[in-house]
Design a protein around this ligand. Structure first.
Ligand code: NI
Length: 173
């Protein structure tokens, strides 16, 4: 088990577009394992590789969670994910992010999506998601494009959150 340090905003790496994975090899599978450990430990329901400083298009999710009392864990690892379809109707969730600690905001996104991706064996798969999983996968794919959930809210609220996070960073350094 390896826990990776999570980057918090503001940080230029969180604004960077991640590179596609060329070959799904042992290095990528190790990254996925470490990302699961890091996500469950945090704890969080999703984590993108850019959040641990790896600029590759890899994400993990589990909206149930390893220690949830209701239901079994539902781990998903998506490599080079691409949204292929979105529903006409939207849903609103109060989102948070391990890279934007202790701040939450309502974000409107399509309520259902289809995503094609490579699994850890390099095989092409499709995920059909609704509910929290649909929101989560869109949030994580945003990370791979250098977008944070705060980029979906008003500039006023976003700047207020980022200023507070910057202040915490300055105090810590
Ligand atoms: Ni996030």
């Amino acid at each position: 088990m390896a826990l990776l340090p999570i980057i918090t905003a503001p940080d230029p790496r969180l604004k960077t577009v991640a590179d596609p994975v060329a070959v799904v090899d042992g290095e990528i599978r190790k990254l996925v394992d470490d990302m699961y450990d890091t996500m469950y430990d945090a704890p969080g329901i999703g984590l993108a590789a850019v959040q641990v400083g790896v600029m590759k298009r890899v994400l993990v999710m589990d909206v149930i969670g390893k220690n949830a009392k209701e239901g079994d864990p539902q781990p998903h690892a998506l490599i080079n994910p691409e949204i292929t379809w979105v529903s006409d109707h939207d849903s609103t969730y109060e989102e948070g992010c391990l890279s934007v600690p202790q701040h939450y905001a309502e974000v409107v996104r399509p309520a259902e999506v289809k995503v094609k991706y490579l699994d850890v064996d390099g095989q092409e798969q499709e995920l059909e998601a609704d509910g929290l999983l649909a929101t989560c996968v869109q949030h994580e794919i945003d990370h791979l494009d250098g977008i944070l959930f705060v980029d979906h809210i008003s500039a006023l609220k976003r700047n207020m959150i980022l200023r507070k996070l910057l202040k915490i960073k300055k105090q810590a350094s």
